[in-house]
Structures are given as C-alpha cells and as structure tokens.
Design a protein around this ligand. Structure first.
Ligand code: 13P
Length: 246
C-alpha cells in the first residue's frame, strides 16, 4: 500500500504523520507500506521511519548530475535513503511534460541506482470511452519498460491509475479495475514471461479510500493501491494498509 502525498504536508505535518503511524503499521512481512513524500522532507522521514515503513520520492531526473535547475538526481535520492520512486504519474505526464521516452530513461536510471520504480500508467476518460484503454496501456508499458531486464522487473511496481478516477471521487468499478490490472499483467507476460507476470506487483490508483479498499484489494489481479487523498490522514491510511492484511 503506497501513499502518494503529492504536493501536500509541511515538514511538521509529515513528521506528525510518521509518529502517528509508525507503531501502528502491520509487519512488513504481511504488507509492504510506502510513503512517497515531497523531496524536501524525505531525509526527515527516512531518519524516523519505523521497521514497517518504506519511504519513496515522487519523481526524479534520469541524469546523475548537471545543469537541470530544480531537478533531483537518482544519486541524491539514493544517498537520502529512499527505497522507491514514483515515475510517470499522470500529473507529471500532463503538467510537466513527462513522455514515455523520458519515463523510460528514468525507470532505467532508477534501477541502476537501486531505487524501485513505481511506474504509473493509465488511460484518460476520452480514451476509455473510445475503447482504446488496452492499446494505451500496452503502448505505455512497452515504451516505459524498454530495456528493463526480467531480473530488474523484481524491483518494478506497476500502478494502473485511470486518469479519470484520480482525485475525482470516481473510483473505477472493482471489476473494471481488475480487468485492466489483469490486462497489464498479460502485457508483462508477453514482454517477459509468466513467472515475471505473476511476481510483478500491480496496484490500482484512483480515489481509493477506506470505504472501497476491501473490494478493490480482494480482486484477483489487484495487489494493492497507490493512494493520494485518502493517504494524507494517518487513520485513513492505516485502514487502507490493514485492508491489505486481511
Ligand atoms: P487519489 O487517491 O487522490 O485519487 O489520487 C490517486 C493518485 O494519483 C495516486 O498516485
């Protein structure tokens, strides 16, 4: 279960969250719990993360260093002690010009620096309504995972996030979300093999909350969630994490 705080929480708010959840989180043997926070608080969170919590960033540049004002490199993230990095979130694709080409470079670079990419893919409402959801998912996976070896796939998490469900309160129906996640897995199988497809964690994201998490994570092909709004409150986030233990 992964929290994506997006551009939310001051340092004090981030620390209060960590103090509130650290002791209450279930064992990481039962569920992997990750908080992806704004870069400026990552070091603070890593220093205080309990045994059952991992910390992730929300984006990175693919170069190790250079004249890229405002960007953060994989080496910087690695030395901060984070384990995960969200790549290709639809908000980055939409507002910050992330393309499948740059996302692919970021995925390769993250893996090279021992960071686990949480690769986000998903279709827009227009694409869903015109019946091209599968084509979009396939094209994104093929482009974003180009050059990633089967061994490296062990460290890649895929998040299926239909854009129309993000921050809108409109959750995908559990059966539709499951169908899309199953399709994602079938594409991974074609790109790699059945074992890799079986082992790859495929998450659903888009208005997941305590009231719908049980039904979503009970689906055969949904391994967990990538959650924005409902991950900001410690109590709500704990409910989401605990739903994965059941
Ligand atoms: P919401 O849970 O706020 O819909 O956001 C989903 C998301 O974009 C997670 O990355």
């Amino acid at each position: 279960m992964i929290a994506n705080w997006k551009m939310n929480k001051t340092r004090d708010e981030a620390l209060n969250f960590i103090y509130a959840v650290n002791e209450a989180l279930p064992s990481c043997e039962k569920v992997d719990t990750v908080v992806c926070a704004p870069a400026i608080v990552l070091r603070d969170l890593v220093k205080r993360q309990g045994d059952n919590l991992r910390v992730g960033a929300q984006n990175m540049h693919y170069e190790e260093s250079g004249a890229f004002t405002g960007e953060i490199s994989p080496i910087m993230l690695q030395t901060t002690g984070v384990e995960y990095v969200i790549l290709g979130h639809s908000e980055r694709r939409q507002y910050f010009n992330d393309t499948d080409e740059t996302i692919n470079k970021k995925v390769i670079s993250a893996l090279k620096h021992n960071l686990k990419p949480i690769l986000c893919i998903g279709e827009s409402l227009e694409q869903r309504e015109s019946g091209v959801t599968h084509d979009v998912l396939k094209q994104q996976l093929e482009a974003d995972l180009a050059g990633v070896s089967p061994e490296d796939m062990e460290n890649v998490v895929i998040a299926y996030e239909p854009i129309w469900a993000i921050g809108t309160g409109k959750t995908a129906k559990a059966c539709d979300a499951n169908e899309a996640c199953a399709y994602v897995r079938s594409v991974v199988k074609n790109l790699y093999n059945a074992a890799v497809a079986e082992e790859t964690r495929v998450l659903y994201g888009g208005s997941m909350k305590p009231s719908n998490v049980d039904e979503l994570v009970a689906q055969s092909d949904i391994d967990g969630g990538l959650v924005g709004g409902a991950s900001l409150d410690p109590e709500s986030f704990l409910k989401l994490v605990n739903a994965c233990v059941k």
